[in-house]
Design a binder for this molecule. Structure first.
Ligand code: CA
Length: 528
């Protein structure tokens, strides 16, 4: 017998660890590497844990992530706070909620300095009233209402401009059982200006004791709506003059196309993207209408998209929902305007790619096993494999030489192109899961068919277990047999702690799915 059949560094069944590699067991029973705790934190900040994974429920994976974050807070709390601020401010994540939670953890469980850093970062991470309420509802479960916390909340109110604060107080009225009224009563900020004093008094007692044009107009709009003024003109005038947002407008007015038209001029980009269906249903957005052209013009404006930090996931979800003609929740229907569907496509690419091609040869392997179709991304209705497919299309739109494949326990070509509509591409990986998972297949396939590949990109949850050889070993074999120093980029699509990338091999890296910094990070890694 040949003993190395059972103990080899070059070919090991995935149900066994590679000898001496330090691998650990994943939830599917395969052996992979455990991700660096900082990278695990990144996966949490970007992807969140809402909905859990195929193998682990939401509660358990959230606890794992929280314990990891707490470990990092104990060892280097300052760095954790910096990371939270960086991810949150740059708009790399689809949702701010994980950042708010980690900030709350740091404010409660860090050492004195870390707690101060965390509370000092409050205004940077809580950019809206909703963020602040979310932070408070997490923090109060973890810590008491000490002086530091009151002071930080008070500072949130006093450091903001009175005009912005008026806008905040009209726009974000409450969340998670918290309102501005509650927070002002608890934190007792000393008003820095007369405008602040008037505003605080109005928020707490509902009494306007001095001039505030915006609040007066807001009250007037409410009165008019309650009386039911005959035509739209007075509403439109108030909305335009005061630059009101949708949240400031009484619900009963939100079926009027003139009201939406007035809102559209000053509507923030993300709100515009989220309200396309509403504006179509009321008749404002129709093929060729002026409002449609305005929307399309803004979606094509890269500067506006970047400044508003519209996350690509928001655009992709908007496209999927909007093109479908009905909401994910509820039975409201509309007839989508095709030009807007296409403009969302273009906006997604502007928000996500916008990097120069590397001119290398890529094989893109999308894991379409069962676990990838049941896991969702950042609490959205998109599955991990659909999200992965959208990312693959983005890379194909940038790079000329890409071979897209779908794999599970078998492998097949994926009929994608860099120019296709994202939602058409997503259909190719929706509801197509096969059984087991073998993440080595893209490398095995390339070797068998003598494909020249510089970069393998594998989009996966790293729950691989089905193969006779580990992905890292298959890559080593590929490199040797083709004489190409191919690299492997593992795009982690779930917030678990696993990776198929060997941390000791500089030719492999981990990135996080749907992190907007990924295209640039991939490019830099490929060109090293
Ligand atoms: Ca799987």
């Amino acid at each position: 017998m040949r003993f190395t059949k059972h103990y080899s560094k070059k070919q090991t069944d995935q149900s066994q660890p590679i000898p001496g590699s330090g691998q650990v067991r994943n939830k599917a029973g395969g052996y992979i590497w455990s991700l660096d705790p900082w990278k695990l934190l990144d996966r949490f900040l970007i992807l969140g844990t809402e909905g859990g994974t195929y193998y682990v429920g939401e509660q358990k994976i959230t606890r794992e992530q929280a314990e990891n974050a707490v470990g990092l807070i104990k060892s280097d709390g300052k760095k954790v706070v910096e990371r939270v601020v960086e991810v949150s401010k740059s708009g790399r994540a689809p949702k701010n909620d994980p950042a708010l939670f980690v900030l709350a953890l740091a404010s409660a469980l860090g050492d004195t300095e870390t707690r101060q850093e965390a509370l000092g970062a409050l205004s940077a991470v809580c950019r809206t009233g909703t963020h602040l309420f979310q932070f408070v509802s997490e923090a109060e479960q973890l810590r008491g209402w000490g002086r530091g916390m009151r002071k930080a909340i008070a500072n949130w109110y006093t450091s903001a401009d009175a005009d912005d604060l008026t806008y905040q107080s009209l726009k974000y009225q409450q969340r998670g059982g918290w309102s501005h009224r509650d927070l002002l009563r608890l934190a007792h900020p000393k008003p820095p200006t007369e405008e602040h004093r008037i505003l605080f008094k109005w928020i707490v007692d509902g009494e306007l004791t001095g001039p505030n044009a915006k609040i007066e107009a807001f009250e007037q709009l409410k009165r008019l709506a309650a009386e039911g003024a005959g035509d739209s003109e007075p509403y439109v005038k108030l909305i335009r003059e005061n630059r009101f947002t949708r949240e400031c407008v009484p619900t009963e007015l939100l079926t009027d196309p003139d009201v939406w038209d007035a809102l559209l001029d000053e509507m923030p980009m993300t709100a515009m993207v989220r309200n396309l269906a509403n504006m179509t249903r009321c008749g404002l957005l129709a093929p060729g209408s002026a409002a449609t052209n305005q929307v399309i013009g803004r979606l094509r404006n890269e500067t506006l998209l970047r400044r508003a930090r519209v996350h690509p996931l928001t655009l992709l979800l908007a496209q999927a929902t909007y093109a479908g003609g009905r909401g994910f929740r509820g039975s409201n229907e509309w007839v989508p305007v095709p030009e807007i569907v296409d403009a969302l496509d273009g906006a997604f690419r502007l928000a996500f790619s916008a990097v120069e091609p590397t001119e290398r040869r890529y094989l893109l392997g999308v894991d379409v096993s069962g676990s990838m179709s049941s896991a969702t991304v950042a609490g959205s209705p998109l599955s991990a494999c659909e999200a992965a497919t959208a990312m693959a299309i983005v890379t194909m739109g940038t790079e000329k030489a890409c071979t897209p494949m779908a794999f599970a326990d078998g492998l097949r070509p994926l009929p994608l192109s860099g120019k296709m509509r994202l939602i058409d591409g997503l259909a190719h990986t929706r509801n197509v899961n096969f059984g087991g998972t073998d993440c080595a297949l893209p490398m095995i396939h390339a070797q068998k068919h003598k494909l020249d590949v510089d970069v393998f990109v594998v989009y996966t949850d790293s729950e691989t277990w089905y193969g006779k050889i580990h992905p890292a070993q298959a890559l080593a074999e590929y490199r040797q047999s083709r004489g190409i120093g191919a690299k492997l980029i593992v795009v982690g699509m779930c917030a678990n702690r696993f990776t198929i990338a060997d941390p000791n091999d500089a030719g492999m890296i981990d990135v996080v799915g749907f992190d907007t910094s990924v295209p640039q990070a991939m490019r830099e890694f490929v060109l090293i």
